[in-house]
Each structure stands twice: as C-alpha cells, then as structure tokens.
Design a protein around this ligand. Structure first.
Ligand SMILES: Nc1ncnc2c1ncn2[C@@H]1O[C@H](COP(=O)(O)OP(=O)(O)O)[C@@H](O)[C@H]1O
Ligand SMILES: [Mg+2]
Length: 247
C-alpha cells in the first residue's frame, strides 16, 4: 500500500542545509492503523508532508499502491491528493459557512463529482460516525467531538487509499482524543480504511496496530501491538521512549 524507502530530506536555511530525514524506510499495509512517534523536531511532519506530496524529496522513493509519487506530474499529483489521500489535521479545518453534510462532501465537490452515490456515501459515513442527526448543522452549532468525527468522515468521502493525520489529538482533552481515535478504529474496521497518524501522544498511539519511532532522522524502532492489550502496549511505548531518552 504505502512504501517509503531510504527517504532523505533536507531544509536549506541560509547557506546551511539541515538533513531532517536521513534514510527513512517503512511500510503500511492495507487496513493497518499505524502511528509515527518521535521527539519534537524529529521530522514527523516532514515525513507526512513528503508522503502528501506537499514538499519535494531529495532522495529515496515513496510508492502508493505501486505508483511512485516523485514520478508523477502536477496534475496527477493533484489527483492523488484529492482521490487517494484523505487528510485529518490537528485543528480539523472545517469550513464554518458549510453544514456538516457539505463539509463532508467538500473533497467530492472539489473533485467535481457529487453524484447520488457520493450523497449515499456521505449518509453512510454520517451513520458510521453517529453524526446523522446533526448533518444540517453548522460547525459553530456542534461539539468538539462532533467536529472531529465530521473531519474524519470528510477525509473518507472519496474512498481514499490512505488517511494521513498529523497530531489529530494534539489540541484535545482525553475524552475528545478517544473520540477521534475511535473514529479511526471504525474507519479501519467498518470501512477498511488504512490510517497513518503522526502523534507524540502515547495514549493515542497505543490504539494502533503498529508504532514506528523516529529518532535522528531514521526509524529507530517499530513496535507491533500483537496480543498486548491497549494499556500494556502503552506501557511498552512509554518504556521504549524512556529508553530512547537515556541513550
Ligand atoms: N520549512 C522548513 N524550513 C526549515 N526547517 C524546517 C522546515 N520545516 C521544518 N523544519 C525543521 O525540521 C525539523 C523537523 O521538523 P518537523 O518535521 O516539523 O518535526 P516534528 O513534526 O517531528 O516536530 C525541525 O528542526 C524543524 O525546525
Ligand atoms: Mg509536527
């Protein structure tokens, strides 16, 4: 599904070049819910922006369902972004002037194709995420948890191959965080979505199937949840992060 191989990315600041990603390799399989953790400044957002095709890469390859992103032209990239990727941001970015239903349909409106089937998909998403009753309300009239579920539904409207989320629980209390994570779990379990989430929150990460830990520009460790229950997996993540800080 998603394959990142030997990814290098530097930023040029004045005359100096800082290499942030120094050969990142990882894979996400269809139907997996994977988190990327790492200290602040370790390159998590940079990695996500490379996969989103928002910034060019220096070296290595990123393939999405077999297609190498660096080889695609502007128009094809725009299509990948709109049709194959779904985005969830830290502050959800709902449009205040649009209803819940219209916000969910937005990527389809941008793609120029709101058909009866799209409307049906929007209804299905509202049902899955429990926001059917508020579909004609506006963002100012709904709760934080409802906004987040709307944002996840919007990310799924075009049946994307992959959902990319950058710190989706970053600004939330633990109850709302749990609601976002639950909607990702439902997306995976009911809608067969694949989710790649950047987070520094071990609670959020502990719900994932696998957690990739970045350090000094490379993948330092990958932990699979396996038969662990959530709390045990979170303890394991916390131990691993402590171990990383000590080294
Ligand atoms: N556009 C940019 N220009 C220069 N440096 C950048 C830019 N974006 C990020 N950086 C630097 O790259 C490093 C990694 O940033 P980032 O990917 O945002 O890390 P994280 O999301 O893990 O906190 C940081 O040191 C940051 O200051
Ligand atoms: Mg970041």
């Amino acid at each position: 599904m998603l394959k990142v191989q030997d990814l290098h990315k530097s930023y040029q600041v004045g005359k100096t070049s800082y290499e942030v990603l120094k050969g990142v390799s990882l894979e996400v399989k269809k139907g997996e819910f994977v988190a990327v953790m790492g200290p602040s400044g370790s390159g998590k957002t940079t990695l996500l922006n490379c996969i989103s095709c928002y910034i060019p890469i220096d070296q290595g390859s990123i393939t999405l369902d077999g297609a190498e992103l660096a080889r695609l032209g502007e128009e094809e990239l725009a299509q990948v972004r709109n049709q194959q990727l779904g985005f969830v941001f830290q502050d959800f970015l709902l449009l205040d002037g649009l209803s819940v239903r219209e916000n969910i349909l937005l990527p389809a409106i941008i793609g120029g194709a709101v058909t009866a089937r799209t409307e049906e998909r929007a209804n299905q998403l509202c049902t899955v995420f429990g926001i059917g009753a508020i579909r004609d309300k506006y963002p100012a009239e709904i709760s934080g948890g409802e906004k987040q579920r709307t944002a996840v539904a919007r990310a799924l409207i075009n049946h994307p191959l992959l959902i990319l989320a950058d710190e989706p629980t970053g600004n939330l209390d633990s109850k709302s965080s749990r609601a976002v994570i639950r909607s990702f779990e439902q997306a995976r379990d009911v809608l067969e979505a694949t989710i790649f989430m950047v987070t520094h929150d071990s609670f959020a990460a502990s719900f994932c199937d696998r957690v990739v830990i970045l350090r000094d520009g490379v993948v330092w460790k990958t932990l699979a949840k396996g038969p662990d229950d959530r709390a045990a997996f979170q303890d394991k993540l916390l131990d691993t992060i402590r171990e990383m800080d000590k080294e």
